[in-house]
Design a protein around this ligand. Structure first.
Ligand code: FE
Ligand code: CA
Length: 524
């Protein structure tokens, strides 16, 4: 028996095992999780923790701890179908001199030997360290942090957000820098993997053609998560993750594929993609997971400073209007029944925005909300980017009207998807210069998608001049850091000058702020 286990821990261990079993059984569409006995390994042919460790979805008293046993090692052990006991420890100190909790979780074959330990009973607003043990091997140590208590009058919070990391386009150098900052929280806004290759000058390859099956998606995540920089960032802070399109298929909408798959085929593919996402992410098991359905929109609170609404703008949306791309408006575009959020998510969001009392109310989501229209070739022709909120203008208006009507304090929209940095005012009417400001939108560039990048592009300068509510553009690679106090939200756009070779330094390209009580973005 592991030397860290007391009798009391043994009881907890049983409890956690129960929770893991329950979790597996709740995964609809899967055969019941555990087959036969739980196997306790006593030795390992090699390190099974090659994908690192992670934590996520912090609350004031809990956090999810994650790891996944190497499938290669499982097959060397003849354990691919076995249920394996994996032990964890969590401690307020990095040397584990007083591990406050240890226990065991069943890693089941149906979930690719991933483990998600929902550790309860922790103290609020506190840094913890954790590690895993299996067969005499110890994992790297991860750092995590619980959320402040819901009623805390916390004065300071630091977060980072990132998105879009096409593995073939470059190195994840930005994550190395992010890890060093030891944020309170890291948010991932989607395109964690890419389902296919695109672009030139690929600096490294992910294997195979476009991915379709569960096995394909697992292999793709395996490649991305083998990267040491992304492992360092996961090990440095708790993450809150949401997906965009490339976790399934470029620009998919609910059950509509980009290419020639039928809705039935896309739903099967979506079930595989969503399951792999769960297996590889430090995310709390979504309630209502059933085959191709996986509701991941959720709310997290960080004391009185921040209420965060994590949104899903892909799973429930109507197909892009007028044939997708940048198009003139058509009748479909103006259909008031078209949705990005879907009715259930929208009801939940609207209720929450009407009752929140936090200083900063974040929508952590994927697609640009501020209008980003451009001028077409023909006289007076206006082009709308149909994949982002511009493609769903009536529902966007509903969201903006609601924020205004219920007077949500300080709405801040965080966005990924478009591989460039922007700062924008959210207005009740984007076409009227004098229209009321409703909130602020900060859009973060990609970690690697698009290659090295550059400061300004023709695309960026055109859109800046066509959209006066949009204040800032930059197309380098990097991530965005934000510092929150009761008076001020500060956004620092952190960039690296290149990613097609390693070792790029980090710098702050620009900072923007939003003052509490004064919606909109201002250059710092
Ligand atoms: Fe992307
Ligand atoms: Ca995207």
């Amino acid at each position: 028996m592991n030397k860290y286990w007391s009798r009391r821990d043994f009881l907890k261990r049983k409890f956690n095992l129960g929770a893991a079993l329950l979790g597996c059984l709740a995964m609809g569409g899967l055969p019941a999780g555990v087959h036969g006995a739980i196997r306790r390994l006593t030795s390992m042919p090699e390190d099974p923790f090659t994908l690192g460790v992670a934590s996520g979805d912090p609350t004031p008293e809990s956090v999810i701890l994650w790891t996944r046993l190497s499938s290669e090692v499982m097959s060397q052990l003849g354990a691919v179908n076995d249920t394996i006991a994996v032990d964890y420890e969590i401690s307020p100190t990095r040397n584990f001199s007083n591990a406050i909790r240890s226990g065991s979780i069943a890693a089941v074959a149906d979930l690719g030997h991933s483990v998600h330990a929902d550790i309860r009973g922790l103290e609020p607003d506190k840094v913890y360290y954790y590690r895993w043990h299996v067969g005499g091997v110890t994992s790297p140590i991860g750092r995590t942090k619980t959320a402040p208590s819901a009623s805390a009058r916390n004065q300071h919070f630091r977060l980072a957000f990132a998105s879009c990391q096409q593995y073939e386009h470059g190195y994840f150098t930005a994550y190395q820098h992010m890890a060093e900052e030891e944020f309170d929280l890291i948010i991932h806004l989607g395109d964690y993997i890419y389902e296919r290759s695109w672009g030139n000058n690929l600096v490294r390859r992910h294997e195979g053609p476009e991915i379709i099956t569960l096995n394909d998606y697992r292999n793709r995540y395996h490649t991305y998560k083998s990267d040491p920089d992304i492992q360092a960032a996961h090990g440095s802070a708790p993450w809150v993750v949401t997906w965009d399109d490339h976790e399934v298929d470029n620009n998919y909408a609910a059950q509509i594929a980009e290419d020639d798959q039928t809705p039935e085929q896309l739903l099967q593919r979506r079930a595989a993609a969503y399951q792999a996402y769960y297996e590889f992410m430090p995310i709390r098991l979504p309630v209502g997971r059933q085959g191709p359905d996986m509701p991941i929109h959720r709310r997290l609170r960080f004391g009185n400073l921040m209420e965060m609404h994590v949104l899903d703008t892909r799973q429930y949306r109507n197909d892009q209007a007028c044939g997708d791309g940048r198009k003139r408006s058509c009748a479909e575009h103006q259909d008031p029944t078209r949705t990005v959020l879907g009715q259930a998510q929208k009801n939940w969001l609207f209720d929450s925005l009407a009752t929140t009392d936090a200083t900063w109310n974040v929508l952590a989501q994927q697609i640009m909300m501020a209008s980003l229209r451009s001028v077409g070739e023909a006289e007076g022709e206006e082009l709308w980017p149909m994949d982002i909120w511009d493609g769903y203008p009536l529902e966007r208006q509903e969201v903006l009207d609601h924020l205004d009507r219920v007077n949500t304090p300080n709405p801040i929209v965080l966005t990924g998807d478009i591989h460039s940095n922007w700062a924008a005012d959210l207005k009740l009417d984007f076409d009227s210069p004098s229209s009321k400001l409703i909130g602020s939108e900060y859009i973060g560039t990609s970690i690697s998608s698009g290659g090295d990048g550059q400061d300004m592009t023709e695309y960026g300068s055109d859109l800046l001049s066509n959209n006066p509510h949009v204040k800032f553009y930059n197309a380098n690679r990097g991530y965005v850091a934000a510092t929150l106090t009761p008076e001020l939200w500060q956004t620092d756009y952190k960039i690296v000058p290149y990613i097609t070779s390693q070792g790029a330094p980090l710098s702050i390209r620009q900072s923007y702020v939003t003052e509490a009580g004064k919606p909109g973005v201002q250059e710092a």
